[in-house]
Design a protein around this ligand. Structure first.
Ligand code: HSE
Length: 430
């Protein structure tokens, strides 16, 4: 016997909202069998009613005002697909929870900034706050961490969390084209936004990492802007030197909770060319978790796009339809640990440094001296010949050292007259 339908309202009918609606229409019969009840859209809200979205919306109540829809009766779950950390998206979620409705959202900025508060509101009313689609698109990473790995103490989670950056870095390596040209190509193909800064400056990945850290370690959600670097400064030279040294360049999010502090950072990394994460190219995402009993778990898939994101949204709806409403971050909000952040300056590890120098007597000795004065040991040193008068790239890698020492050494190097510019990239040996 079928239970009553789960009645869904969708706020936002952009590409993900339209695809979620299409998926629910197409797979409605199968989903009803899986859930033991129909999973039905009853209401939708978007700005432009006239736009052709390629789906039949005639059976659904149309709301101009998503906040009013979130408060309306006859709805069990509101799917928030508007986006943005604040404003209407946040209001819709708060109103829906206050009105006793479950909330499903793909909004990483909202959860990264207000996730703990929303989890409290959801828990107090006995509703679900679900956000599988907010991290790594179609990869079921929230479910894997919160449920599949629930038996473990997860000490580390890291990954490629932004498909746009991974596409750009992969294409730079494959084609030898510079960053700007590959970014322009990604914009034409629709992989990068016209304003690409959220992606290429690492903010999008940092939103996702904040959520992953909270779910992995059972801590409150914090977006740490101070520990975020993007990929604008990575050049074709860096990609080629990395290759020669046995590495690939990837933008990674890395979170660790093995001490009393929480390490949470996003930046380009050199990773060993043979490591699993180095093999993940183009728009694909990867998430790697380390649990004390399970050891290492690697999840790879499409981290963006209408289909994969709709797949994750509907997976959350299936959980709600089945009555599987869990604490948003895997434990009650008042048990979430508010760990202090580890400053990036406390990192220990190896470094890649590219310097653009004038080829003058003593420059290499001065660079080596600046590092040795800080106790930083050089592992490899490369200088390539260039035409007379051109700046010469000098590349070195270090043995593992403290970030604070490396930065002091770099400050001394940057002060040398012969050194024009530099690019420092952390080496991670997973
Ligand atoms: N723009 C993101 C990416 C997807 O490139 O991975 C949405 O977070």
């Amino acid at each position: 016997m079928m239970l009553d339908p789960l009645r869904i309202a969708i706020a936002g009918l952009g590409t993900v909202g339209a695809e979620t609606t299409r998926l629910l229409q197409l797979h409605g019969a199968t989903l009803a069998m899986r859930c033991g009840r129909p999973v039905q859209v009853v209401a939708v809200s978007a700005r432009d009613r006239k736009r052709d979205r390629g789906i039949d919306l005639s059976a659904y109540a149309w709301w101009e005002d998503a906040a009013a829809m979130a408060a309306a009766p006859g709805i069990d779950v509101v799917v928030e697909l508007i986006g943005g950390a604040d404003g209407i998206a946040r209001r819709v979620c708060e109103i829906a929870l206050a009105a006793g409705k479950h909330v499903v959202t793909a909004n990483k900025a909202l959860i990264a900034h207000h996730g703990t508060d929303l989890a409290e509101r959801a828990q107090e009313g006995g509703q679900g706050l679900l956000f599988e689609a907010a991290v790594a698109g179609g990869i079921p990473v929230i479910k894997a961490l919160r449920e599949g790995l629930a038996a473990n103490r997860v000490t580390e989670v890291h990954g490629i969390l932004n498909g746009t950056c991974n596409y750009i870095l992969s294409r730079m390596r494959a084609t030898g084209e510079p960053f700007e040209r590959v970014l322009a190509e990604a914009q034409v193909l629709g992989y990068a936004e016209q304003d690409p800064s959220l992606d290429i400056d690492g903010i999008d990945a940092a939103h996702k990492l904040a959520i992953l850290a909270a779910v992995s370690f059972g801590c409150t959600v914090h977006f740490r802007a101070e520990n975020v670097e993007g990929i604008r400064h990575v050049t074709g030279d860096d990609i080629r030197f990395a290759e020669d040294l046995g590495y690939r360049v990837k933008l990674l999010g890395i979170a660790r909770a093995d001490g009393t502090q929480l390490e949470q950072r996003v930046h380009p990394c050199l990773v060993p060319a043979e490591s699993p994460i180095a093999q993940v190219d183009d728009v694909f995402n990867a998430v790697i978790a380390q649990g004390d009993f399970v050891d290492r778990v690697v999840l790879v898939g499409r981290g963006a796009g209408a289909g994969p994101t709709a797949s994750a949204v509907v997976a959350d709806l299936v959980d709600v339809a089945r009555g599987r409403v869990l604490p948003a971050f895997g434990m009650p909000f008042d048990r979430l640990d508010a760990r202090p952040p580890a400053p990036l300056s406390t990192r220990t590890g190896a470094y890649y440094l590219r310097l653009q120098v004038r080829d003058e007597v003593g420059v290499l000795a001065a660079i080596a001296q600046a590092l040795s004065a800080q106790g930083v040991s050089i592992e490899q040193f490369i200088q390539r010949r260039r035409d007379p008068g051109e700046l010469v790239p000098v590349v070195l890698t270090t043995h593992p050292t403290d970030e604070a020492k490396m930065l002091r050494g770099l400050a001394a190097i940057s002060g040398l007259d012969s050194v024009e510019s530099h690019c420092l990239i952390r080496i991670e040996s997973f």
